[in-house]
Design a protein around this ligand. Structure first.
Ligand code: GDP
Ligand code: MG
Length: 164
């Protein structure tokens, strides 16, 4: 069976945008409304001759007593449990949020290999200083990406494949 790579993170950080960029197809729904991607979406991918299944998920929004958000968190936990490697997505502009810290905790407890994609790094050149704040999440591997422009997505896939 092909290894499974799951993309998780709180709503609106750009998971579906990255998924679309990586798969080259507009399969996932990209929306300004947080949490629009409510169910998992799968796509067969290949990178450097390695095949894997990429999974987009709805956002994880821990500790909020809301039916839809609980459902999305459950979906994300299922995705994490079934994944061989997880791409956690955060956004540069928002910095490290309490939800990011909770999700990083979920991932830590899962024991799965994790690569952190700090999205919305839209400008090319030197990595912005704010990038280094994300090391506080305790995920050793941080890749700056721009889902919209596609910057960093090759580095992200290289980092993921190293775990498969
Ligand atoms: P999701 O909820 O995590 O799946 O987030 P979406 O992929 O639906 O994106 C949420 C919003 O962030 C949309 O308005 C996207 O256009 C925007 N967005 C996603 N990636 C980037 C990026 O790399 N740069 C910028 N500036 N905006 C982005
Ligand atoms: Mg989405």
């Amino acid at each position: 069976p092909k290894p499974i790579v799951a993309i998780v993170g709180r709503p609106n950080v750009g998971k579906s945008t990255i998924f679309n960029k990586l798969t080259g197809q507009r399969l996932a729904i990209v929306e300004d409304t947080p949490g629009v991607t409510r169910d998992r979406i799968f796509c067969d991918c290949e990178w450097n001759g390695h095949q894997f299944l990429l999974v987009d998920t709805g956002g994880i929004e821990p500790n909020i007593d809301d039916g839809l958000l609980m459902h999305m968190r459950r979906q994300a936990q299922i995705a994490i449990d079934s994944a061989d490697c997880v791409v956690m997505v955060t956004e540069l502009t928002a910095g490290v949020t309490p939800q990011d810290i909770d999700i990083a905790g979920m991932l830590m407890r899962s024991g799965k290999p994790v690569v952190l994609a700090v999205n919305k790094c839209d400008s090319v050149g030197e990595p912005p200083l704010e990038l280094y704040d994300f090391y506080s999440l305790g995920i050793g591997e941080i890749i700056p990406v721009s889902g919209v422009h596609g910057h960093g997505t090759g580095d992200l896939l290289d980092a993921v494949l190293a775990h498969l």
